[in-house]
Design a protein around this ligand. Structure first.
Ligand SMILES: NC(=O)c1ccc[n+]([C@@H]2O[C@H](COP(=O)([O-])OP(=O)(O)OC[C@H]3O[C@@H](n4cnc5c(N)ncnc54)[C@H](OP(=O)(O)O)[C@@H]3O)[C@@H](O)[C@H]2O)c1
Length: 157
């Protein structure tokens, strides 16, 4: 059997919960821990999978990576956390998959610099349909360079 990819998940909000359920039940991955911003009363775990949850007000990424090493980091938190774990990811060659939707140009430049030393994928939207639209929008801008092309995403009620 192939070795499982050990994953750390950053962010335990609406998206993070859903991602923890998927990663925690996929046999290809071992969800080793979940990090959130606020303090947690340890030990706290994700229901169903028993994955430990750490609060970054009490912990540092260096400490978590040292005690519970991972091969990959999946980020569904906020733009700020990139800078909290970035140098550890660089130093340890940890793969990074960031789903953060609102990186600034400086954040993206920093993520690109990490990509020189480890594998980095930044996907502001992970849904297949939106990614098709992004490709289509780029094509439309080539065909009609003076037209305004915009993708608007709305939550269904
Ligand atoms: N690419 C995509 O398709 C896609 C889809 C959905 C969401 N997203 C992105 O994913 C992110 C989260 O979305 P959401 O709706 O789940 O937001 P949310 O409900 O507000 O949850 C954010 C989570 O991130 C944690 N967090 C924030 N800053 C942190 C830090 N510096 N270190 C560690 N954890 C931190 C928060 O911790 P606490 O719980 O302790 O406050 C919370 O658990 C957003 O950037 C959103 O744009 C992307």
């Amino acid at each position: 059997m192939e070795k499982k990819i050990r994953v750390g998940l950053v962010g335990y909000g609406k998206a993070g919960h859903a991602v923890a359920n998927v990663l925690g039940t996929d046999p290809r991955f071992e969800l080793c821990w979940i990090a959130r911003r606020s303090a947690v009363q340890e030990p706290q775990t994700h229901p169903g999978t028993g994955t430990p949850i750490f609060g970054m007000e009490q912990r540092s990424f260096a400490d978590i990576f040292e005690k519970t090493p991972v091969d990959a980091l999946v980020d569904f938190s906020s733009a700020a956390s990139l800078h909290a774990y970035g140098e550890e990811v660089r130093k340890r060659g940890i793969m990074l998959l960031s789903a953060i939707s609102a990186y600034s140009e400086d954040d993206l430049a920093y993520a690109r610099s990490l990509g020189k030393e480890t594998r980095v994928l930044c996907s502001p939207n992970i849904t297949l349909g939106i990614n098709f639209l992004i490709v289509a929008a780029k094509l439309l801008r080539k065909i009609a360079p003076f037209a305004d092309v915009e993708i608007l995403e709305q939550r269904a009620k």
